[in-house]
Design a protein around this ligand. Structure first.
Ligand code: ZN
Length: 326
């Protein structure tokens, strides 16, 4: 897939294209970012651009070389990953890679390899890779993918050009999901829960999320400071471990963002299939009050992220949401 088709990493792609144009690409890169955010796609696009003869700074996507890369069967690209049911990338695998890289390329100007995930190199294989990074045989390009560069040996890190990938924004994930055939409604529900990873978004269980959304809307609509049990029951039912509480807060954020949109007269909301429920959130309090609550949910999310107690944080948030006298 050429750079032109990659979503959400414009600045990184700009940097890579500029280095391609000036012929100053690095020999080894370290792409750091959450799994599923597009690191491997970008790595393959970089290799595709280097191999493609049509232009300097991007691939054409249609020549035989480009098509082989898209099909995953270019003979000059080597992917190094732990063998099935093995934890580490072994020294034997590393030696095999070094042997491959030392051979003349079959058809490309040079060989390339992607090591994914690089944190699975054990001490022996990492040490053996050092030599290769210092003097890549035949000018080979080496791209390491990792979720956390801090987990690699400093000597590996210092020999690579580090490129940090930000998590994909919910908007980019939504559009990628829709491109993959997901209905816009479902995509809008799933995207904020994905942590910036397209892969995770695809793996999320939609049925489960839809059920959870119903439960959250039902609890939130019943919050009533006059019946304090509605507050504590909601917190009891909806709080969980840190991750599930963050997920809940993301959902609340998306409801209140929509309610604020409706309040401002904008009908373009993401939670379209539950419009009546969102309308009732919007109508229940004044517009400034809904804005305040939106900020309060953000604040709660930050607190939970910093390890605040989930149940207590939700008690407090729901108490504030239940109090409509303010
Ligand atoms: Zn091409």
């Amino acid at each position: 897939m050429p750079f032109a088709d990659i979503q959400g990493h414009d600045r990184i792609i700009e940097v890579l294209r500029r280095s391609l144009k000036s012929g100053k690409t690095a020999h080894s890169y370290l792409f750091e970012g959450v799994a599923g955010c597009g690191r491997k796609k970008t790595a393959l696009a970089l290799i595709q651009a280097l191999f493609c003869k049509s232009s300097l700074d991007d691939a054409c996507g249609i020549c035989p070389s480009c098509r082989k890369i898209d099909g995953g069967n270019h003979p000059d690209i080597h992917l190094l990953a732990p063998l099935p049911d093995k934890r580490d990338i072994s020294i034997d695998q590393l030696r095999e890679l070094q042997r491959e890289l030392s051979l003349r390329p079959y058809e490309a100007p040079r060989k390339a390899c992607i090591i994914d995930p690089a944190e699975r190199l054990n001490v022996n294989s990492a040490n053996s890779l050092l030599k290769t990074l210092e003097e890549p045989p035949g000018n080979a390009l080496i791209i390491l993918l990792t979720e956390n560069a801090g987990m690699l040996l400093p000597t590996i890190r210092s020999r690579c050009q580090l490129i940090r990938f930000a998590p994909l924004s919910p908007e980019h994930i939504t559009s990628l999901l829709e491109r993959n055939g997901m209905p816009p409604e479902t995509a809008a529900l799933v995207a904020p829960m994905s942590g910036g990873s397209f892969q995770k978004a695809m793996e999320l269980d939609n049925e489960l999320l839809i059920g959870r959304r119903e439960a959250v809307l039902s609890r939130v609509s019943k919050l009533d400071i006059g019946r304090i049990a509605t507050v504590f029951d909601a917190a009891e039912e909806l709080s969980g471990n840190r991750d599930s509480t963050l997920e809940l807060l993301d959902m609340l954020l998306s409801f209140f963002r929509d309610a604020v949109h409706l309040g401002a007269g904008n009908r373009e909301i993401v939670n379209r299939s539950v419009t009546p429920a969102i309308e009732s959130i919007a109508a229940r309090r004044s517009f400034p009050r809904n804005l305040e609550l939106l900020e309060q949910i953000y604040e709660t999310r930050r607190a939970v992220q910093r390890n605040a107690n989930s149940k207590l944080a939700l008690d407090h948030l729901f108490m504030t949401m239940a109090d409509n006298s303010r």
